[in-house]
Design a protein around this ligand. Structure first.
Ligand code: KE4
Length: 436
């Protein structure tokens, strides 16, 4: 059923579900950002989703731009993925033994990402990121790593230092429970600041194992790299024997089939993938240069493992999803929908006092309640008016639009969103912005 904007909605059942959940689950959720704490309200409990629409336990319907935080690029409950997954499921859900399908997915990844010669599958992006870092340390024999403030690479200890996403949302840039010694081995510099990056590299000369970066950060909201920034990262890391890791968990298969590295024509040494790769099922992957990847056990000395790594169901969902993405002109459609949204929003914003901007790459976008300036880094993002964003978010929810519940997250357009959905979303934006 299509959502109908501006009908007064009741959220009573979600509120009751949340109350019960909190008795048994910390914060009532299995991942912090879902709690809606950052937007001053309580979360929707979802009953089902189809295409671009999501439906909560109170019977409300919404146009969904969270899309499970990115994986559902084809839209929710895609029949082609569903049919294939059911067939695979009937042959057994998990064996803990190699299957030919894992090789098929690995080969697909290598065909689409020329920088990836070998790849290992995991069950989450976090696992993939922490494994890639262990590999980089083993390959270089160095201990320190460098990340960019506001970028998020999952919740492994060494990466929860000025992390984005949930940590930024709760204004806790580095998590309790992370040892000082661990944090000490993680250097952070502002994204888009090549001078600070060069200084950090020269200060740490010979100690830096890797630089890990979201090539288009989406965990402080969507931030675009300044022209030449990524290219300079590649040059400087290559010159200093530092492993460059592109975290494409969000951008992979999203901003282009071959991710940001296709858009910018840059070959990192290692790449992390996830989300779309599993078509909505638990997955992560890390891959890259043969000489680095071959250090992994069982042939090499770097241990890494996972009970459900390469799970047949997730692998099948990923293969079907990627083959559809390769076949259809989905990226043209996503680009067009994003263009229509952007030009519509620009018209709306032009009619009101400045202070709200859109930052976008293809079908990935964030509306920033900024002090009128481009958001180039974490400091700029933190300066945004999160109260105004929260008011806007609640206004959109009331009007049937489900945006990411945090100023420091991205929104995702799927292949199932229609021009009508975009128009309804713009209409809701205009009304909600009038009140924010
Ligand atoms: P997972 O461990 O959540 O599969 O992936 C971690 C990860 C790694 N790298 C990037 C660039 C990511 O965005 C993520 C996870 N993204 C968040 C949303 N920004 C997942 C949502 C959540 O944490 O609930």
């Amino acid at each position: 059923m299509k959502p109908v904007c501006s009908i007064k909605k009741s959220f009573k059942r979600s509120a009751g579900s949340f109350k019960l959940a909190k008795r048994f689950i910390p914060g009532g959720v299995n991942s912090p950002v879902r709690s809606f704490k950052a937007v001053g309200t309580t979360p929707l409990f979802i009953s089902r989703a189809k295409g671009a629409y999501i439906h909560d336990v109170d019977g409300n319907s919404f146009i969904d731009y969270v899309m499970s935080w990115g994986p559902m690029i084809l839209g929710h409950a895609d029949e082609r993925v569903e049919k294939s997954v059911v067939r695979i499921l009937r042959q057994g859900a998990s064996f803990g033994a190699p299957t030919g399908k894992e090789t098929e997915l690995a080969r697909l990844i290598a065909d689409i990402y020329p920088s990836i010669k070998k790849v290992r599958l995991t069950s989450s992006g976090t696992e993939a990121a922490m494994s890639a870092i262990r590999l980089a340390r083993a390959y270089t024999g160095r201990e320190k790593i460098l990340k960019f403030e506001g970028c998020y690479h999952g919740h492994a200890d060494s990466l929860l230092v000025k992390a984005g996403s949930g940590a930024a949302t709760f204004g806790v840039p580095s998590s309790l429970g992370v040892n000082k010694t661990t944090a000490r081995d993680t250097i952070t510099v502002p994204f888009n600041d090549i001078e600070r990056f060069e200084d950090a590299v020269s200060e740490e000369r010979g100690n830096l194992a890797c630089v890990i970066v979201e090539p288009i950060p989406a965990n402080m909201g969507v931030v675009l790299p300044k022209p030449g920034f990524l290219e300079r990262l590649r040059q400087i890391t290559k010159k200093n024997g530092i492993v460059l890791i592109f975290d494409e968990v969000i951008t992979g298969f999203r901003v282009a089939l071959g991710g940001a590295q296709e858009l910018y024509g840059i070959h990192p040494d290692l790449t992390i993938l996830g989300k779309i790769l599993g078509g909505g099922f638990p997955i992560g992957a890390f891959g890259g240069r043969t000489e680095i990847m071959e250090l992994l056990a069982p042939d090499g000395p770097v241990y890494q493992a996972g009970t459900l790594s390469g799970n047949p169901v997730a692998v099948e969902a990923g293969i079907v999803t990627i083959r559809i993405l390769m076949r259809n002109k989905i990226y043209d459609k996503l680009q067009h929908l994003g263009d229509v949204f952007e030009s519509g929003l620009e018209r709306i914003l032009g009619r009101r006092p400045r202070g709200v901007i859109l930052q976008r790459c293809a079908s990935l976008f964030t509306i920033f309640f900024t002090k009128d300036k481009e958001v180039l880094n974490y400091k700029d993002a933190l300066a945004c008016d999160t109260d105004a964003f929260a008011l806007f978010f609640r206004g959109m929810l009331k009007r049937g639009i489900y945006f990411a519940p945090s100023q420091f997250e991205a929104n995702f357009i799927s292949a199932k969103h229609s021009l009508k959905d975009i128009e309804e979303t713009l209409e809701a934006c205009e009304r909600s912005l009038a009140r924010a």
